[in-house]
Design a protein around this ligand. Structure first.
Ligand SMILES: [Mg+2]
Length: 400
């Protein structure tokens, strides 16, 4: 599937425009031959156009709502506090979600003590906005309260239905779940006999698996998404989309916790048990190639708008903690991308000492600061090597 960053989502703020025009001017003035300014020479850090970083968030920068301390130093280093006199562009690619991109970026800005813009941020459900043109009435599952309804509305979905709306209409739908006072008040009253639900989107983690799964199952077995109907062959229901497929994730608990991927497995198993048929579902997020293509375009736009750089970076360092999504996705995308995508696994998240990850990273390091150092050192060595080759070939041509 081809996904492109939507225009309004990518719109730069005034600050970026100023920064962009300054950088364009700077690039015109400076014809710099070396990809890394040598230590000691520059007075002011220059933005490198040779490489960039992409970060997973949970287990890399944040764990259980708290910042992983090394993350603060990692961003200082990327923003110019390093021995190379450079700044390095970066983006964030998380499978998490449940709030708007703007909200999440504000929160991240506070936590990391840097400015994070929606123009450098992708979460699991970001690509779902492109489905708003295709589907009119949709069921949106997961997240806190009304948040995901608001996210979906913001994406342009016209008719957004929540499990709460369905329970409010018919409380017998879920025998063991009663709506709270707030839920009842926020849920919309409507006549579901007249509604055809065209698609199901799991935006964020379900807060009540049993009732959410009951409602999803009802729709999957329905005739064309009409609640209260049953398809004879169970093959007339709407499609289901998940914003990612991570079975477990890293939180403040010492052991991993089950996530959306587990709900997906559960739903598929339940559908099979009830109908005898296999259920096909679609997941977005990492490791899907579409998400990395989306990230490529986001990074391209971000570097152009804020740094005035118009060519793709030679290397993107992707730092993550989940082999199945971060490392697998980066490695697979590296095979098809025109530039190099270099996977780095950190030990601050899902990593367990003494185990071998199913998908091998190019490097494994203790934390995100070490990941940034690793990438920058590698770039510096490559630059030196390249300069040495160039000067030796120059000597050769003189000798000839
Ligand atoms: Mg993670």
């Amino acid at each position: 599937m081809v996904v492109a960053p939507p225009k309004h989502f990518m719109a730069p703020s005034d600050a970026h425009e100023v920064a962009a025009s300054m950088e364009v001017a700077r690039h015109k003035l400076e014809e710099v031959r070396s990809p890394m300014a040598s230590p000691g020479t520059p007075l002011e850090a220059r933005v490198t156009d040779k490489f960039a970083f992409a970060f997973d968030i949970d287990g890399v920068l944040i764990r259980g709502g708290k910042v992983i301390p090394e993350a603060l130093d990692a961003f200082k280093m990327l923003n110019g506090e390093n021995g190379y006199g450079i700044k390095v562009p970066y983006i964030f690619v998380t499978n998490g979600g449940g709030k708007t991109e703007q909200e999440r970026c504000l929160q991240l800005s506070r936590q990391l003590q840097i400015e994070v813009s929606p123009g450098q941020f992708i979460c699991g459900h970001t690509p779902m906005r492109e489905m708003a043109e295709k589907y009119h009435a949709v069921l949106v599952v997961g997240g806190e309260g009304e948040k995901c309804r608001q996210v979906a509305k913001g994406y342009g979905f016209e008719d957004v239905i929540t499990p709460g709306d369905i329970i409010k209409d018919n409380s017998d739908t879920t025998p063991f779940r009663k709506l709270t006072e707030d839920e009842y008040k926020n849920s919309r009253s409507r006549n579901f006999n007249e509604v055809e639900i065209e698609a199901i989107f799991v935006f964020a983690d379900s807060r009540d698996w049993a009732s959410d799964q009951q409602i999803i199952l009802d729709l999957l077995m329905s005739k064309n998404g009409h609640l209260g109907t049953r398809s004879e062959n169970f093959d007339e229901g709407p499609p289901v989309f998940f914003s990612h497929n991570d079975v477990v994730w890293s939180t403040s608990h010492e052991l991993t916790r089950i996530g959306m991927g587990a709900l997906r497995v559960s739903l598929e198993a339940m559908y099979k048990a009830v109908t005898g048929k296999d259920l096909k579902t679609t997941a977005f997020g990492k490791p899907q190639i579409g998400t990395f293509q989306f990230a490529t375009r986001l990074l391209q736009r971000w570097r152009k708008d804020t740094h005035g750089i118009d060519s793709p970076p030679d290397t993107v360092y992707f730092v993550g903690d989940t082999p199945e999504s971060d490392i697998r996705g980066t490695n697979e995308f590296n095979k098809e991308a025109e530039n190099s995508w270099y996977s780095i696994l950190v030990r601050t998240g899902l990593f367990r000492e003494g185990t071998t990850p199913r998908f091998s990273p190019r490097a494994t390091v203790d934390n995100v600061l070490e990941a940034v150092k690793h990438g920058m050192t590698r770039e510096y060595r490559n630059a030196l090597r390249k300069a040495a080759i160039e000067s030796s070939s120059a000597v050769e041509s003189i000798e000839e």
